[in-house]
Design a protein around this ligand. Structure first.
Ligand code: MG
Length: 380
């Protein structure tokens, strides 16, 4: 990176650069340093590049479909629990809170948070495994890679280019979710933060949803140190008889504990490191994340949730049904490519029928997938 970057060219970038100079820490990524977009476009008169990326993501079809995609639980279980969309909003909210306190680039943080799960197929991780199986041993399906396919190829929002034409830093940060191993260069701090916020969000809300849906009790979860400590903390401050209020108070405390820990620890590490710019902050150790005690407690809770919730017999049944549906649809689409919409049939010429079938199935919401399945196999 040059010692003094060239002055931003357009008035909007100049005004954003002045604002960022006042608000951001030296290690935050500066909008004026963006490498730009694959297809060059004029600057927007009043939005910076990452504000524009955020808006492009929010206005995409794939983002809206997140409301119809399950996080852990399907829609048959009522409407209390998180969908992929509300999970994404919770991640964005936590990440922005911490990002602002650490004086990171909040616009970039928000764009990355809203993008991070856009590639999830229907039926959560069961759907991902089914599509991975369908592709056979030599090819793999990854929701993180599919997110790039969505925003670089499948979304059709602009006449001049395919995809959303997002800034290079947003695409690169999403790419680091696929290939995490980069020995000497880590994701931008803004991307590290979204990863940490994702983890604290699902640890808290899966605990909440699992108790609310009666897959286990708060007492069961007190086998884990993180939940037991949160309950102790709540009980020291309040006398709560109502189990709903108690559950909610514990979940709030789970979020508070994690956010405070990540914020304090990261702030200390960044102060010690004293980076001069965002590029320097990518070398050395990744700095945004929980301290070792919290990291261990989170791991214990995640193992517990895996064994007792994600592998709960009721969820296993949903999982097998979802996988069987996707498998059968994948076979049928290959035998009868005429069943695909025109846009996808054209895509088959480029990527082949198998890949196209996976791309099409991965974009479906849970309900759309259920409806297509019933149309294809009406006698079941
Ligand atoms: Mg997520």
């Amino acid at each position: 990176m040059p010692a003094s970057p060239p002055a931003p060219s357009s008035p909007v970038l100049q005004s954003i650069a002045r604002r960022e100079e006042l608000l951001l820490a030296p290690y935050a990524f500066r909008s004026a340093d963006s490498r730009g977009r694959k297809h060059s476009e004029p600057e927007h008169p009043y939005r910076g590049p990452f504000q524009r990326d955020r808006d492009r993501i929010i206005h995409s079809a794939a983002f809206r479909r997140l409301s119809g995609k399950m996080q852990v639980f399907t829609g048959e279980r009522g409407d209390y629990h998180r969908t992929r969309l509300t999970h994404t909003q919770e991640v964005s909210s936590l990440a922005r809170t911490i990002g602002r306190a650490l004086r990171l680039n909040e616009d970039l943080v928000e764009a990355l948070a809203l993008l991070h799960d856009i590639g999830h197929p229907p039926y959560g991780h069961a759907g991902e495994d089914a599509l991975d199986d369908a592709l056979g041993p030599d090819e793999h399906f990854s929701h993180n890679r599919y997110a790039l396919t969505v925003v670089e190829e499948l979304e059709q929002r602009y006449p001049a280019f395919p995809g959303l034409n997002l800034s290079d830093e947003v695409l690169e940060s999403q790419r680091t979710r696929i290939d995490k191993v980069a020995p000497d260069r880590h994701p931008l701090l803004e991307a590290q933060l979204v990863d940490a916020a994702d983890s604290m969000t699902y640890d808290a809300h899966d605990t909440d949803d699992a108790i609310k849906l009666e897959l286990l009790t708060l007492d069961d979860l007190c086998e884990t140190a993180l939940v037991a400590e949160a309950l102790k903390h709540v009980r020291r401050r309040h006398v709560i008889g109502d189990p709903t209020l108690l559950r909610v108070a514990v979940v709030h405390q789970l979020i508070e504990r994690q956010v405070t820990d990540v914020l304090n620890r990261s702030a200390e590490a960044l102060a010690r490191a004293d980076f001069a710019n965002a590029e320097e902050a990518r070398m050395g150790e990744p700095l945004i994340g929980p301290g070792s005690e919290l990291a261990e407690q989170k791991l214990e809770l995640e193992r517990f949730l895996y064994a007792r919730v994600y592998r709960h017999p009721e969820l296993i049944a949903v999982r097998s049904r979802a996988q069987e549906r996707l498998h059968r649809m994948f076979e049928r689409y290959q035998q009868q490519p005429e069943l695909f919409p025109e846009k996808y049939r054209r895509r088959a010429e480029k990527v082949g029928v198998r890949q196209m079938a996976v791309d099409y199935l991965a974009g479906m919401t849970d309900r759309f997938c259920d409806d297509r399945y019933r149309e294809m196999f009406p006698d079941e």
